[in-house]
Design a protein around this ligand. Structure first.
Ligand code: NAD
Length: 263
């Protein structure tokens, strides 16, 4: 039995990348993992592979931008598991474009998927966790882009910076309520996941640098450690913030960036 025996957790965006690595790690620690994602094919793939290795996991189709979807997800988890101990607000998208280039609709899409989703996740999971009275942990996946700015990334940076202070405000609200729920954020720099190739700027960047492999090498060279992070290295930080060992940690920002933000 691992750290999370008897616990239930929701991981948004659990079908890929950091969310997938976190789902696998939490399941290995004995947690019942609910993978909540819009990507049904990969969500089921991750959930089946966890079950195949003896873990407990279930995929639930979920759109983090929809309040109805959050209500339905929480109701389903309450019905099936009767508890929610951990929420990882991880789903997100990459986006690049200067303020004058991007449309208002694009700005709103980034905000809805990356930031509004975290508000909704906090709102509905806090309600359920408080009702149960067992405390809990919520981890919001932000980015170093929520701490240091980058030209051409205003929407992404603003969404991730929003998560940073939303997390701290929520942490203080929970502390004041005495509900035993800790809320923290995680700030990775470049992680080797599918997010890059799905981003709106990737094709042009890749072409300009002689293909995907070379473009990924450039990303790696930007890091003081000269490599991208592995998703498992971010999952390990999320696990720490979800576990009892971090019982005195709330409102903190865990920077896992290979030194990127201190250059
Ligand atoms: P990824 O593309 O591999 O995974 C993101 C997952 O989110 C996908 O499974 C996708 O289907 C899901 N998703 C997207 N929109 C959704 C929606 N509306 N509802 C439900 N699920 C949705 O990306 P990743 O790199 O694993 O990123 C995970 C998080 O980490 C994101 O919030 C991202 O901004 C953040 N992050 C990533 C990096 C990086 O370099 N990869 C760096 C810093 C922060």
């Amino acid at each position: 039995m691992g750290k999370f025996a008897e616990k239930a957790c929701i991981i948004t965006g659990g079908a890929s990348g950091i969310g997938e690595a976190t789902s696998v790690l939490f399941a290995r620690e004995g947690c019942s993992v609910i993978i909540a994602d819009i990507d049904m094919e990969n969500g089921k793939r991750v959930s089946d592979s966890i079950a195949h290795k003896g873990g407990v996991s279930r995929f639930i189709k979920h759109d983090v931008t929809s309040e109805d979807s959050w209500r339905a997800l929480i109701a389903e988890v309450e019905k099936e598991y009767g508890r929610l101990d951990v929420l990882v607000n991880n789903a997100g998208i990459g986006f690049a474009g200067t303020i004058t280039e991007m449309s208002y609709a694009e700005w709103q899409t980034v905000m809805r998927i990356n930031l509004d989703s975290v508000f909704l996740g906090l709102k509905y999971s806090l309600e359920m966790m408080r009702k149960a009275g067992r405390g809990g942990a919520i981890i919001n996946v932000s980015s170093v882009a929520g701490i240091v700015a980058a030209p051409g990334a205003a929407a992404y940076c603003a969404s991730k910076a929003g998560i940073r202070l939303l997390t701290k405000s929520a942490a203080l609200e929970s502390a004041a309520a005495g509900d035993g729920i800790r809320i923290n954020s995680v700030h990775p720099a470049a992680v080797d996941t599918p997010i890059w190739k799905k981003s709106n700027w990737w094709n042009e960047f890749s072409r300009a640098h002689g293909g995907d492999e070379k473009a990924m090498e450039i990303m790696a060279k930007n890091s003081p450690l000269k490599r991208m992070a592995k998703p498992e290295e971010i999952a390990a930080g999320i696990l720490y913030l979800a576990a009892d060992e971090s019982g005195y940690v709330t409102g903190a920002e865990l920077v896992i960036d290979g030194g990127f933000s201190i250059q």
